[in-house]
Unconditional design. Structure first.
Length: 362
């Protein structure tokens, strides 16, 4: 009996002390984007760079382990001016009801695209979780562009031409096109898929971020989502049979929430001419993970106690043992956390509004 008692004690100690400080189990999906030459934005992924580029993994359900009934895959590429996205959406029922959008402040003609089936792109160029861009488009090539100053959960709000007219945020100079294998809005057509090509001016994507024109080896954060409704064919048209949509994403968020930029995938810019370039490890992952643990733990602490604490030991989280040092400046309803990596190479600052900055000491 004595022997097994000690065995159990040692096991528990080992599990605790072997906390995985790499945070590799939550490491996001990563994609190496290669240089493109002259892509024709026509919705058809037949350009040279697409022929050489790999598809992402199949999209998965945003919050469950149910395998989506239709496949979605994406490719990414870039050149001096643009980030290119190519996506293929398997689809037997190709429909779109929003066939014109004014991109202006007019409630009858400025609809949000996700009321139709859509394809969505989210970009956080500097990984700060603030001032990230969202783009949605449907099979009729109509789109919606918005800037989030910060996630909705942190009090962020939509900045778009829909809300603010010509003063609103826009991705100026974007190009996009749809190609359909089948026929749009025709219930008698036998359909296979719709595919999209998008060219985003790089500068438009990183404006308002602490990021600049990408170089070989740079990382941005990106995610994709597909909204898909159940439809039936009735009276000659497609009709929704359930007002609640399915959400399929490149990599799972764990909950029905796209607005968690810290969990988005990693876009690695590469100038290599070898299209089998292995991904480079995102070295900031550890310090970013610790910072986000601090963010979530401090918010839980405040929910329970009414104020933010500066005593990290009260949070009782082994993740904080992975840092070299953590210092929290607190008030009742604000905090700023400062985190050093053990080797002092990385330094992160996170605040109560999720604003995350990571610095590397040279
Ligand atoms: C985490 O993943 C990276 C890249 O695959 C690897 O080099 C590293 O050894 C991993 N760390 C742990 C603790 O598994
Ligand atoms: C809004 O758009 C509709 C449809 O295009 C148009 O009839 C209406 O005049 C517009 N309203 C305003 C205030 O511009
Ligand atoms: C947008 O339109 C709504 C409804 O017409 C109006 O109340 C609002 O002031 C407009 N916003 C701007 C920024 O023009
Ligand atoms: C919306 O974004 C633009 C930048 O495109 C900025 O100039 C403007 O101040 C923002 N509007 C609000 C209300 O934040
Ligand atoms: C598209 O719009 C028409 C006309 O409003 C409506 O009858 C139909 O149900 C809509 N289809 C879908 C799939 O929402
Ligand atoms: C994509 O976003 C969803 C929702 O925020 C998230 O669950 C998922 O982890 C993200 N995955 C990737 C690879 O970005
Ligand atoms: C900061 O945290 C400490 C430790 O939990 C606490 O005693 C103090 O009241 C907090 N300060 C404020 C202004 O909430």
């Amino acid at each position: 009996m004595q022997g097994s008692f000690w065995a159990i004690t040692l096991l528990v100690t080992k599990v605790y002390s072997s906390f995985d400080c790499s945070f590799n189990s939550t490491y996001p999906k990563q994609y190496v984007a290669h240089r493109a030459k002259a892509i024709a934005i026509d919705g058809v992924l037949d350009d040279q760079v697409w022929k050489s580029s790999k598809f992402t993994d199949d999209f998965v359900d945003i919050s469950t382990t149910v395998v989506p009934r239709l496949k979605t895959n994406v490719k990414m590429a870039w050149d001096d001016d643009y980030l290119y996205i190519g996506a293929v959406l398997e689809e037997p029922d190709i429909w779109a009801n929003i066939t014109s959008v004014c991109h202006c402040n007019n409630s009858t003609n400025d609809q949000v695209i996700f009321h139709d089936n859509d394809f969505e792109v989210f970009v956080d160029a500097d990984g700060s979780t603030h001032n990230y861009k969202e783009f949605e488009m449907n099979a009729a090539n109509q789109d919606w562009v918005l800037l989030l100053n910060r996630p909705y959960a942190d009090g962020g709000g939509e900045n778009s031409t829909r809300v603010y007219g010509t003063d609103g945020f826009d991705i100026v100079g974007r190009k996009h096109a749809v190609s359909i294998k089948g026929k749009l809005n025709d219930i008698n057509s036998v359909n296979k898929q719709w595919s999209v090509e998008i060219a985003f001016p790089l500068q438009q994507l990183y404006q308002l971020n602490a990021a600049s024109h990408p170089k070989d080896g740079d990382f941005w954060r990106i995610n994709f989502s597909r909204v898909e409704y159940h439809v039936a064919k009735e009276f000659g048209e497609y009709v929704k049979t359930n007002p609640v949509e399915d959400n399929w994403v490149w990599s799972p968020q764990g909950e029905i929430a796209m607005h968690l930029p810290e969990r988005w995938g990693i876009l690695q810019f590469s100038t290599s001419t070898r299209f089998d370039t292995p991904p480079k490890y995102y070295d900031e992952w550890q310090i970013r993970s610790i910072a986000m643990e601090l963010y979530y733990n401090l918010h839980s602490f405040r929910d329970a106690n009414g104020f933010f604490t500066n005593d990290v030991s009260l949070l009782n989280n082994p993740a904080f043992g992975c840092a070299g040092s953590i210092f929290v400046a607190n008030s009742t309803d604000r905090f700023t956390g400062y985190i050093n990596s053990v080797d002092q190479q990385y330094y992160a600052i996170i605040d109560d509004l999720r604003f995350l900055q990571v610095f590397k000491r040279e």
